[in-house]
Design a protein around this ligand. Sequence first.
Ligand code: HMH
Length: 197
Amino acid sequence: MPTSDLLRDHSTAWERATRHPFLLGVRDGTLPAGAFDTWLVQDHHYVGDLLRFQARLLARVPRPAQAVLAGGAVALVEELAWFEELAGRRGLDLEAPRLPATAAYAALLERLDAAAVPAAVTALWAIERVYLDAWTVAAPGAQEYASYVAHWTAPGFAGYVDGLAAAADALGGRHDDVVREVLDAEVAFWDTAWDAA
Ligand code: HMH
C-alpha cells in the first residue's frame, strides 16, 4: 500500500510535524492563548486555501475518488463556518494577513495543481493524515483546549482520512516528494504559531 509505505519511510519527518512543541503545549496547557489564537486565524486562511485546491482537484479525479473529495469539501465549508463562529467568541481578527508560512503553504497547494492526479491525491491524504496525527499527539489536551482537540480527532475525520488513503492507494505509485513537501510545510506552519508564543 503506497500510503502505509509513505508513513513508514517518512517517519522521522512525520514525527517532527506531529510531536511539535506547539502540540505538546496544547497537551500540557503551557501554550499561551495568544499563540493559539494566532494559529486559529492562520488556519482559517489555510482551510480556505485548501478548499479551493480541493475543489480544483475534485474536477480532475476519477470516480469513486470524487465521492471522497466532495464529502471532504463539504466538511471544509463547515469548518470555515465553525472558525467564523469561534472568531466571534474569541475576538479573533480573521482579516489579519497571512503569515509567511501560510502564504508558502498556499503556494505549495497551487503548485500541486500541476502535479499528476495520483501525486496530488496522495498530497491531500498526507495533509489530512498528518493533521489528524498531530492532534492525536495533543489529545486529550489541557482543559482549555480539550474541545478543540476533540473536534480535530473525531471519528468522522479519521474515517475521511481512511477514505483518502484508499483513494490514493487505488491510484497507485510512490509520491515521496509531495509528502516531503507537505511535512515541511506543516512543520513551518506550527513553527510560526509557536514563535508567536
Ligand atoms: C496546517 N494542515 C493545516 N491545517 C489544517 N486544517 C489541515 C492541515 C487539515 O485540514
